[in-house]
Design a protein around this ligand. Structure first.
Ligand code: ARG
Length: 259
């Protein structure tokens, strides 16, 4: 009887060990989710910026919510803004999420998901600037010096319009914040940048304001390789759900306070 009991005990123990092993393996397996590699440029508050070592912002949280829906692990890679599209084209990165505007030109290289935000290019000037409206930038011979972030739509539009109107020159900076510093120190006359980052930069610096008139309106979307229609479709489905159930709005409200 004693023998049988101890045999049973051994069997029970062995079984527990096996089960324990089994479940450990399983949790290890589910830890190995497929990666969703996101290229961004964390110089663009409130969409993406650094908080200590962390990259935070609307785009990061939205992409995390999308990754969760796809049961994938989000991996964020910070790079120069104008490296993002090439990184997606080459397949090094799966998606570009960077407050990126859908443009005809970019559509030649990458696909875009459905749009997730509207944006406006605005003009930041010093409070006492002689520039009163967008039109003042494009008066022939005005000699305006405009700062932009390299490769952004602000850069592209102002460069074109200055050329067409012979009214100014563009200074390209790697970071929007550097353009704003150049404005503060009087090296340039204005900065052309997206409206939400503009608000953050004006908040963070004394003596600046945003012109009331809007320059160009745009749509933000996620860039995906043209060879990855399946991923694009899955992201669109996830985005639709996140819009419908209010998650996306909740993320936006966390970073953009209603005025
Ligand atoms: N919306 C503009 C564009 O697509 C500027 C985006 C800049 N984004 C960034 N993360 N720095 O060109």
């Amino acid at each position: 009887m004693k023998k049988i009991l101890s045999l049973l005990l051994v069997m029970a123990l062995t079984m527990t060990m096996f089960t324990a092993c089994g479940s450990e393996e399983k949790s290890e397996e589910s830890g190995k989710k497929a990666q969703l590699k996101m290229a961004t440029n964390a110089e663009f508050p409130p969409y993406e910026y650094r908080e200590g070592q962390d990259i935070v912002g609307i785009d990061v949280e939205m992409a995390q919510a999308v990754a969760d829906k796809l049961d994938m692990e989000l991996v964020v890679e910070d790079m120069e803004f104008d490296s993002i599209v090439p990184a997606v084209v080459s397949g090094k990165q799966d998606i570009g999420v960077a407050g990126m505007t859908v443009t005809e030109d970019r559509l030649k290289s990458v696909d875009f998901t459905d749009s997730y935000a509207q944006a406006v290019q605005v003009i930041i000037v010093k409070e006492d600037s002689k520039i009163k409206s967008v039109d003042d930038l494009f008066v022939e011979g005005a000699g305006i010096k405009a700062g932009v972030q390299l490769g952004t739509t602000g850069d592209i539009f102002v460069t074109d319009d200055f050329k067409a109107n012979k009214s100014g020159t563009v200074e390209e900076y790697n970071k929007g914040a550097d353009a704003v510093q150049a404005l503060v120190s009087g090296k340039i006359d204005c900065v052309v940048i997206d409206n939400e980052p503009a608000k953050k930069f004006v908040e963070a610096n004394e003596g600046l304001k945003i012109l009331d008139t809007e320059y160009v309106t745009e749509e933000y979307a996620i860039a995906v390789s043209k060879d990855n229609a399946e991923l694009k479709d899955k992201i669109n489905t996830a985005l639709k759900e996140l819009k419908e159930d209010g998650t996306l709005q909740k993320i936006v409200d966390k970073y953009i306070k209603a005025e």
